[in-house]
Design a protein around this ligand. Structure first.
Ligand SMILES: [Cu+2]
Length: 445
C-alpha cells in the first residue's frame, strides 16, 4: 500500500512539474518529495528516495539480471502469458524507476523497455497493456513523443490502475490551492487544463480523464463558469468522493432536523438545494439519483415531508453500510491504542483515499459526554493538518460555526496536538482545511 501511494505521488508530482509549473509554485520534479517539498521532508530528498527505493527492492532484485544486462542477455526475461498484465508492468518498472531515481538515462530506460516489450511480442503474448506500450513506442519511433515523455506515458499506461489516482492527485494540487483562496478560479481552471492537457498530450486516457474532458467542454461552451467549473471537476475527478460529500452536505440538514433544530419544511428545502447544487454541476451518482426520486415524490405531494426525509436518511444509511462493507473487505487496519477521547491523524491522512478506510481522522466519529475534552494528534509525519469546525465549502467554519461552540486548531505541524472541550450536547462536524477529504465528527451526549 505504501509502495503504491509513493508511486502515485511521485508520478503525480512529475506530471504537475511538467504541466502545471506556472500554478504549482516551484513544482519542479527534483524538488518534490511525496506531497511536500524536499526541504520539508525529514532527511531531505536523499531520505525520500532511499525510502522509496527500498520499497521497490523486492521487485528490483527479482528481475535484477534484466536491468543489468544488455540486449543479448534479454533471454533472461521469461514472458508468461497467464500473468502478463502483472509481470509485464513489473519488468518495465525496473527501468522506469531506475530512470526516476536518476540511476540510468532516459535512453537507457527506453532501451530496456523496448527489449522487455519485444520479448513479449516475440513470445506472441499480447494484452491491452502490451499493445498500449507498443503504441507509445511507435509514437516515439515516429518522433511524436520525446524520450522522457514516452517513458512517462508508458509508465502511466502500463499501470492503468494508477492513471486515475495520479491524475486526481495532480488535479487536487490545483483545486486545493483554489479552495484555500491561494489562487483565483481562473488560475485554477488554467491549472486544471494544463494538468489535463499533460495527460492528453501523452496519449493517456481513462473514463475519468474523459469525464473531465466533458466538463472542460461545458466550460468552453459557457455552460459552466468560474468556481462552479472547478467544483464540478473536483467532484467528477473524485467519483468515490461524491457520495461522502453529498452525504455530508445532506447531514447538515438531517442532523438539525433530528435534533429538533430545524423544521421538516426547512429541512427539505435544504436537501433540495443541496441536490440541485450537484445536478446543476452535471454530477450524478446512484445516491444522487435516489435522492432525486424522493424529491420528486415530495414535490408530487404524494407523501409527507417527514416520510420523505426518513426515506432519504435510509438511502444514506444504505450507502454508508456499503462503504463500511468495502472497508472490512479491505481489511486489517492496525492502529495503535489511543488514550480515551483522543483522535489521531495517522500517517497517510494527507493522501486522498484515507477516507475510504475512515483513516483520515481516527476514529472518524467519536461520541463523548458534555464537558469532555478531546485531544487531536497529528501523527502524519511532517504534513500539517487542521481541525476546523464545519465541512468543506461551508460558509461558516471554525469559531464561526453556526450555533456557537465552533473550534479551529489552525495549522498543526507534525507531532502537534490540539484540545477542545465540548460543553454543549450536539453533533460537531469538522474537517481539515488543507485536505478536504479529511472529515470527522464528534457527537456530544
Ligand atoms: Cu490535512
Amino acid at each position: 500500500m505504501l509502495t503504491r501511494n509513493l508511486i502515485i505521488v511521485m508520478t503525480a508530482i512529475t506530471v504537475i512539474g511538467v504541466s502545471a509549473g506556472s500554478i504549482v509554485q516551484q513544482a519542479d520534479a527534483t524538488d518534490i518529495c511525496g506531497l511536500m517539498f524536499c526541504a520539508d521532508y525529514p532527511g531531505g530528498k536523499e531520505a525520500y528516495q532511499k525510502n522509496w527505493y527500498n520499497e521497490y527492492r523486492g521487485i528490483s532484485s527479482q528481475v535484477h539480471h534484466v536491468s543489468d544486462s544488455k540486449s543479448h542477455h534479454m533471454k533472461s526475461v521469461i514472458p508468461s502469458s497467464h500473468n502478463a498484465d502483472e509481470e509485464f508492468p513489473e519488468q518495465l518498472d525496473v527501468f522506469i524507476h531506475k530512470f526516476e531515481l536518476d540511476k540510468i538515462s532516459a535512453n537507457e530506460a527506453l532501451e530496456g523497455i523496448k527489449e522487455v516489450h519485444k520479448s513479449y511480442v516475440n513470445a506472441r503474448i499480447t494484452t491491452e497493456i502490451i499493445e498500449d506500450v507498443g503504441e507509445k513506442i511507435s509514437l516515439h519511433n515516429s518522433g511524436v513523443l520525446n524520450t522522457s515523455d514516452t517513458i512517462e506515458a508508458i509508465h502511466l499506461s502500463a499501470e492503468p490502475q494508477n492513471v486515475n489516482p495520479e491524475y486526481q492527485g495532480a488535479l487536487d494540487e490545483v483545486i486545493h490551492k483554489f479552495e484555500l483562496d491561494k489562487i483565483s478560479a481562473n488560475e485554477a481552471l488554467e491549472g486544471i487544463k494544463e494538468v489535463h492537457n499533460g495527460f492528453v498530450d501523452l496519449y493517456i486516457t481513462s473514463d475519468l480523464i474523459e469525464a473531465v474532458d466533458e466538463k472542460i467542454a461545458l466550460i468552453d461552451s459557457g455552460k459552466l463558469s468560474g468556481s462552479d467549473a472547478v467544483e464540478a471537476i473536483h467532484l467528477s475527478a473524485e467519483p468515490q468522493n461524491v457520495n461522502p460529500e453529498f452525504i455530508g452536505a445532506l447531514d447538515e440538514y438531517l442532523h438539525k432536523f433530528e435534533l429538533g433544530k430545524m423544521t421538516a419544511d426547512k429541512t427539505i428545502i435544504g436537501v433540495i438545494d443541496t441536490y440541485e447544487g450537484l445536478t446543476s454541476l452535471y454530477i450524478t451518482s446512484d445516491l444522487i439519483e435516489n435522492v432525486g426520486i424522493q424529491i420528486n415524490i415530495y414535490e408530487s405531494g404524494n407523501d409527507s415531508v417527514e416520510h420523505v426525509l426518513h426515506e432519504i436518511h435510509k438511502e444514506i444509511e444504505e450507502i454508508e453500510a456499503e462503504m463500511a462493507a468495502l472497508q472490512s473487505v479491505d481489511g486489517e487496519i492496525s492502529m495503535k491504542e489511543l488514550p480515551p477521547n483522543t483522535v489521531d491523524m495517522p500517517a497517510g491522512a494527507g493522501v486522498p483515499g484515507c477516507e475510504e478506510n475512515e483513516m483520515c481522522y481516527y476514529p472518524t466519529h467519536l461520541t463523548v459526554h458534555a464537558g469532555d475534552t478531546i485531544t487531536w494528534i497529528n501523527s502524519d509525519g511532517s504534513i500539517p493538518h487542521t481541525v476546523t469546525s464545519g465541512w468543506p465549502d461551508s460558509d461558516q467554519i471554525g469559531e464561526n460555526y453556526p450555533g456557537g461552540n465552533g473550534f479551529d486548531s489552525d495549522f498543526m505541524a507534525g507531532g502537534a496536538s490540539f484540545m477542545h472541550t465540548f460543553e454543549t450536547p450536539g453533533e460537531y462536524d469538522y474537517y481539515c482545511q488543507l485536505h478536504p477529504w479529511m472529515i470527522g465528527s464528534i457527537t456530544v451526549e
